[in-house]
Design a protein around this ligand. Sequence first.
Ligand code: PNS
Length: 162
Amino acid sequence: MNRIAVVPGSFDPITLGHLDVIERAAHIFDELHVLVVHNPGKTALLPIAQRVTLIERAIADAGISGSIRVTSWSVGLLVDYCTEVGASVLVKGVRSQVDVAYETPMAIVNRNLAGVETVFLLPDPAHAHVSSSLVRQVASLGGDIAPYVPRAVADLLQKPRQ
Ligand code: PNS
């Protein structure tokens, strides 16, 4: 059986924490779809297409192997995408109890809607404090984001210090 999993998220921008989850999920499942989804609850920094490109670059630069497709979805429920491509599992990284509380209702709703299960992966402790919102804030104020993001993201967002 070809087990397809989806790693969904805003990825605005992708962080080293996301990349760690993608790499580990790629080793667990036969096929992985990294899916950029617009989150209406968040103010976007990067256009969706640019987020997709950065994820592709980050995966290539890190030499992550496996059957991985990076794409986006904007026309309906996340589980509609899963049904369309035959994915039975969602993969989410959970850094804390706050993440678990945020993710749990979505996991239950997605299972009720379409029988899609959610698998939670614990982050590598090195990335447990990293979030896209933190990266956006540090970058906007001219701080060094290189320890938290793939090279392609740092090159794009890092503003030279005055
Ligand atoms: O990286 P984020 O912002 O925490 O990702 C959240 C995301 C995009 C995965 C979540 O908002 C989502 O699943 N959106 C799709 C809309 C949907 O299907 N909603 C109903 C089930 S939760």
